[in-house]
Design a protein around this ligand. Structure first.
Ligand SMILES: [Ca+2]
Ligand SMILES: [Ca+2]
Ligand SMILES: [Ca+2]
Length: 563
């Protein structure tokens, strides 16, 4: 792992050079604005908006909190992040990102570019600035311009050559996946700053340093030889939100209850539609609604979840479909789930609760809701509808979120089953959480990959959050039990590593897979695959095969590389 040393050194040598404080306060008159003298106890009454009591001055003096500066009689937002155009050298490049101040850019000159090697090394740009606590600030927006074009080359059918990864941003630790744009140009995005972008709740005084980082959310799929050659950041600024643009408290995005008008983006084609409809939401209130007119129309709506910095973040939402409807939810295209198990002749509703991974604490993520038209002729009139209400995140101890996992024993039984994985099923196979008596390694539930025929494959991507290395490299441990079968094979691997083949017919065994320390603070994909046997593709004489997984643990292992 010698090739990792350069960026490790960059981190170690960053010191405080990257920390930019508030501009010097030019106001030396303690009685300006009629406020004369204050203490920490009288701060709330004595000082105005975006101010704190600076007790280092005799008799105390109200001063602007971090990021704000005197303007007229009060304190106004001054920007915090320096060099929004990436042309003035205020950002630190880590892991091979290249700052080019003379590049053309999109919004303004200057870019940070990421080569294929830099993407595989999880390169990023970052800047640490003093930020106020949310309570002393106002809703702020990260104004961002970037491109994350997919590499796509059609090969002789049916093959294609694809490599892709979404841009990501870290607000004070943790990582948020950003929208993926398949075309070559820069895209401008406004992201309401989630709680992680502010000083922690209860921070006294002017604020606290917060690190903002921007770079690939994870390694591209083709690493270590990524094909992506058009990945760059052009602009990053912190600006006040427009009226009604952002939510007023952490955990609730704007118009989370669909009683207002903004917050949701509807993307529909043909005569399909998206709107806010009375009577379909919680307790007969309003809900955001999609209607799919014809099978091949697009009917999609997106909203953003704003995850508060709580121990066990759980996403709650109320969702329903009309008769014969089914619907899917996509989490930044990294994880997708079907809302109802089967289409029903009657309308269906449910309250969905999904434990979120610890790396999303204080971060943000977009959700896309889609009405699924199913297979058939594009001319078919469908008239399917889906509606969503009360989209918010709260603290739920039942999620048993650790620093590394949500519900590592799969005891929280609804998708995405704690480990926040991605299911892939091909042919006659399935991935699910089951609770048959005596079958779990611990507790009552376990993950099961199942094959019901040859030529099938069941896959699951675990996403453990990687810890900073302490005594040995980070490693994932799990217990797996695989049935004896002459054809089927079950493997465990990380991107680019040699897959471990799990032993068959020997009961639960413990397996260890080394994690990549460069993922510190964010989830690394770990691939579980169960192939349903080779040979002629028929299911007639195939006896169902299962692989059971339980009790995940992230730990430090001396046999794994620490950096
Ligand atoms: Ca620029
Ligand atoms: Ca509502
Ligand atoms: Ca269990």
């Amino acid at each position: 792992m010698n090739r990792l040393a350069p960026w490790a050194l960059v981190i170690a040598s960053m010191s405080c050079d990257g920390i930019v404080g508030s501009p010097p306060d030019p106001d030396r008159d303690p009685c300006r604005g009629g406020t004369c003298g204050c203490t920490a106890a009288t701060e709330a009454a004595a000082c105005g908006a975006h101010q704190y009591c600076d007790a280092s001055v005799a008799s105390g003096r109200c001063a602007c909190v971090a990021g704000y500066a005197h303007s007229g009689d009060g304190c106004a937002w001054a920007g915090a992040l320096q060099d929004p155009g990436l042309a003035a050298g205020a950002w630190t490049a880590v892991g091979g990102a290249v700052l080019d101040p003379t590049a053309t850019g999109g919004v303004d000159p200057g870019e940070a570019r990421f080569s294929p090697d830099a993407l595989c090394a999880l390169a990023r740009i970052e800047q640490t600035v003093d930020m106020p606590a949310f309570a002393a600030a106002e809703p702020l927006v990260l104004e961002l311009a970037y491109k994350d074009e997919r590499y796509y080359r059609p090969l002789p059918p049916p093959a294609i050559d694809v490599d892709q990864v979404p841009m990501g941003v870290s607000f004070g630790g943790g990582w948020s996946p950003l929208p993926f744009f398949p075309d070559p140009g820069f895209h401008e995005l406004r992201i309401c700053v989630p709680e992680g972008g502010y000083a922690p709740r209860g921070t006294a005084g002017p604020g606290a340093p917060v690190t903002f980082a921007i770079g690939p959310y994870q390694q591209p799929e083709a690493c270590p030889s990524s094909l992506i050659d058009n990945f760059a950041v052009d602009h990053a600024a912190l600006v006040p939100a427009r009226p009604g643009e952002c939510g007023t408290r952490p955990g609730e995005g704007v118009n989370w209850d669909a009683e207002g008008t903004g917050g949701w983006t509807f993307d529909v084609t043909g005569s399909s539609s998206g709107d806010f409809a009375e009577g379909l939401g919680v307790g007969g209130s309003r809900a955001a609604r999609l209607r799919l007119a014809h099978r091949c129309d697009r009917a999609e709506m997106t909203a953003t979840i704003d995850v508060p910095r709580v121990d066990n973040p759980v996403l709650e939402l109320f969702v329903g479909v009309g008769a014969r409807g089914n619907a899917t939810i996509s989490f930044a295209e990294l994880f997708m789930t079907s809302v109802f198990e089967a289409r029903s002749a009657a309308a269906q509703t449910r309250t969905l609760r999904m434990c979120l991974p610890p790396s999303l604490r204080g971060q943000t993520m977009s959700l896309a809701f889609r009405v699924d038209g199913g297979g058939g002729s594009c001319d078919d009139a469908m008239n399917l509808q889906m509606f969503v209400d009360d989209l918010h995140v709260v603290d739920e101890p039942a999620c048993a979120t650790s620093e590394r996992f949500t519900s590592p024993g799969f005891e929280q039984g609804s998708p995405p089953w704690g480990a926040f994985g991605l299911v892939s099923e091909f042919g006659s196979s399935g991935v699910t959480v089951r609770s048959a008596p005596g079958e779990a390694h611990g507790g009552t539930h376990y993950l099961q990959l199942e094959s019901y025929g040859r030529c099938s494959s069941a896959g699951y991507i675990l996403r453990p959050t990687v810890p900073a290395s302490t005594g040995g490299g980070p490693a994932l441990r799990l217990f797996a039990k695989v049935g004896s079968n002459p054809d089927a094979v079950t493997t465990l691997a990380t991107l680019g590593s040699e897959p471990q083949i799990l032993a068959e017919g020997v009961g639960y065994q413990r397996y260890t897979v080394c994690l990549d320390p460069r993922y510190a603070g964010r989830p690394q994909p770990v691939y579980l695959r169960h192939g349903g046997g080779s040979g002629a593709c028929n299911d007639l004489d195939y006896v169902q095969q299962d692989a059971q997984i339980d009790d995940l643990e992230v730990t430090a292992d001396p046999a794994c590389p620490a950096q």
